[in-house]
Ligand binder design. Structure first.
Ligand SMILES: Nc1ncnc2c1ncn2[C@@H]1O[C@H](COP(=O)(O)OS(=O)(=O)O)[C@@H](OP(=O)(O)O)[C@H]1O
Length: 100
């Protein structure tokens, strides 16, 4: 990233008051989605839907083989008032990724 783009990025972070944790999530998303051009994201950060989408990125993912007790773990964690879960198990990876 060039220095002008870097300062643009820092300014955007300040303007949006992103926490360090949110910024880490954004950076992980950038890496995961293989965004090569970060300036694209910096420009998009002014878009409210994108910010909302980024806030919804999970902070924790429970992964387990069938019948290992992931449902019970999720139910116990959901008892905590500060923990939100997307309803029942979303099965994101087994529904969206298939190895051959
Ligand atoms: N703490 C603990 N100790 C032992 N066994 C436990 C525990 N918590 C959950 N369970 C049992 O785990 C089974 C469900 O696991 P999962 O939630 O991973 O099931 S699933 O694959 O998502 O359907 C399910 O087993 P079955 O009743 O045989 O289906 C649960 O009874």
């Amino acid at each position: 990233m060039t220095s002008s783009r870097q300062s643009q990025y820092v300014l955007s972070r300040r303007k949006l008051s992103l926490s360090e944790q949110t910024e880490t999530s954004i950076n992980q998303t950038i890496n995961t989605l293989k965004f090569n051009n970060r300036s694209l994201l910096v420009k998009s950060l002014s878009s409210k839907p994108l910010i909302e989408a980024i806030r919804k990125i999970p902070k924790v993912i429970i992964i387990g083989v069938k019948k290992c007790g992931t449902r019970a773990l999720l139910e116990y964690l959901k008892l905590h008032p500060l923990i939100k879960a997307p309803g029942p198990e979303p099965h994101f990876f087994d529904r969206n990724y298939h190895h051959q």
